[in-house]
Design a protein around this ligand. Sequence first.
Ligand SMILES: Nc1nc2c([nH]c(=O)n2[C@@H]2O[C@H](COP(=O)(O)OP(=O)(O)OP(=O)(O)O)[C@@H](O)[C@H]2O)c(=O)[nH]1
Length: 135
Amino acid sequence: MTGFPPLLVVAVALVDADGRVLVQQRPPGKAMGGLWEFPGGKVEAGETPEAALVRELEEELGIRTHASCLAPATFASEPLGDRHLLLLLYVCRKWQGVAEARHATALKWVRPAQLYALDMPPADLPLIGLLDALL
Ligand SMILES: Nc1nc2c([nH]c(=O)n2[C@@H]2O[C@H](COP(=O)(O)OP(=O)(O)OP(=O)(O)O)[C@@H](O)[C@H]2O)c(=O)[nH]1
């Protein structure tokens, strides 16, 4: 069956004390290079979604958080090439360390309303309005 099993990806809106959200820019050589996305990545075999996100945040940004600090917010369900993407989006307001771009080309902190103006992957577009209303 095309698109089965779905590709399970976890991502997070990290929200700072000023209510701004972190987005990172995908490197130019990769699929969807140059687009801005929420930090995260694929859930690996045997991992819970929350454990995958804790791992990705450490790998990509060098910050530490805990599963109990990840609040499920919304999700996206979109075709992605010959797969079907299920993107679980969490909100996190509590972590340790200062985020640095270890994999991304750049990081930026933006107000939720500024997300509308960014080039983001198609799966992320329906998430923006939900985040804007939620945060
Ligand atoms: N992290 C993240 N991934 C997203 C978002 N939106 C979206 O469509 N994706 C897609 O979900 C997948 C995330 O997997 P990933 O980050 O582990 O994979 P990747 O393509 O960067 O590289 P890799 O396969 O070499 O690790 C990618 O296909 C990515 O394009 C988003 O907001 N955040």
